[in-house]
Design a protein. Structure first.
Length: 369
């Protein structure tokens, strides 16, 4: 009996059991299960983050948390992060802090007096990288027109102007699954649709974005011949497992190679731009400094009087990427976009936008917050 058959049989048995319950019993069961899940979630937050933070503060003798960033901690080139003390890792890792608004654990981390936290997120970074390296015209068109990519994709996939929330979610899921080696089974499992429908959607996706599949074939052929993958920055990952006789191991190596060309490039864009930000902040004597990076985002602590100037530098370095143009002579075929929040804590703040000249808009909301 295959994996999918087991799942379907389990679903049938579950439905049979549920049908034998009264409405009151089902309601009480749901409330209990929901409460139990919430309790477990809260316990994990307390054990992993709150208790860990208290332990690190007590050990360091300071209310500051120190983290250890490692350039060699991942195979993709992304930084890895561990909570750090001189003796041993303790406390929390910024990379694993949940983003949940309900249990905003990030709000525990606050800026020093007279300073703000600035949180900068690259928007749809890995898909922008994919559109560039794959030379995929339709996807580049969406980004260059400033469209919401997942809405744009859903309209093309389902051949209709007005789309539902579910259709947008399916379009989003297939975009990420395809590029990282997922198939119809993964799409069905993620979205709850049938495998047959998932296969049709993937076929439509191939017609909508043919450049992506051409790129995937190119990467796979290159890895097969050379046993490594590379990025536009020249970073390289050896993949000896492509010669494995074990199909699962071999297939995983090909997926890792494709993932590497996208994820590593996105990481190097962030790190290169971050170097540019740090250099400019020092040169222009702005009272600010980067304090953390989490995947496609950067955390900067900035004096309240310097926030405007700091944001202009951040926008220029991350969106216009002069450091990367100068050092690597790379120019992207799609615009880079950032989402920015400014506030007193890591966990929240007011949204800041930028005009066409890169000037921050919405700073007056900081006084109201």
């Amino acid at each position: 009996m295959g994996k999918w058959t087991y799942r379907e049989e389990g679903k049938r048995i579950s439905q049979s059991l549920l049908q034998s319950k009264t409405v009151k019993e089902l309601t009480n069961s749901r409330k209990f299960i929901h409460g139990l899940l919430e309790l477990r979630k809260s316990q994990k937050l307390e054990r992993t983050y709150i208790a860990g933070t208290k332990k690190a503060i007590a050990y360091n003798g300071t209310p500051k948390i120190y983290v250890d960033y490692r350039f060699d901690g991942t195979a993709t080139g992304r930084l890895s992060c561990a909570a750090y003390t001189a003796a041993k890792p303790m406390g929390v890792s910024f990379h694993t802090l949940p983003r949940s608004k309900e249990n905003n654990i990030r709000s525990l981390f606050t800026a020093p007096p007279d300073y703000h936290f600035i949180t900068i997120d690259y928007a749809a970074m890995e898909l922008r990288v994919l559109a560039h390296v794959a030379k995929e015209g339709n996807m580049q068109k969406a980004f260059n027109e400033g469209a919401d990519l997942h809405t744009y994709t859903a309209r093309l996939l389902f051949n209709r102007e007005s789309i539902t929330k579910e259709q947008r979610q399916i379009a989003k899921a297939v975009s990420f699954l395809i590029v990282y080696g997922g198939g119809a089974f993964n799409l069905a499992e993620t979205t709850g649709i049938s495998i047959g429908r998932a296969k049709k959607i993937i076929k439509n996706y191939q017609n909508v974005y043919p450049g992506i599949f051409t790129y995937m074939s190119f990467v796979q052929d290159f890895i097969k011949r050379n046993k490594y993958a590379y990025t536009i920055f020249g970073r390289r990952r050896n993949l000896p497992d492509v010669e494995s006789k074990d199909f699962t191991v071999k297939n995983r190596a090909f997926r890792q190679g494709l993932n590497f060309t996208i994820q590593s490039t996105a990481s190097d864009i962030l790190l290169g731009s971050l170097l540019g930000v740090d250099k400019r902040l020092r040169k222009e004597a702005v009272r600010a400094s980067p304090v953390a990076t989490v995947h496609d985002s950067v955390e900067v602590v900035c004096h309240k009087e310097d926030v405007g100037k700091c944001l202009e530098i951040i926008y220029d370095e991350l969106v216009n990427y002069p450091f990367i143009k100068e050092k690597f002579n790379i120019h992207f075929d799609v615009p880079l976009k950032i989402d920015v929040e400014v506030g007193d804590s890591f966990g929240g703040g007011v949204d800041i936008t930028f005009d066409a000249d890169g000037k921050p808009q919405g700073l007056e909301k900081l006084k109201e917050a």
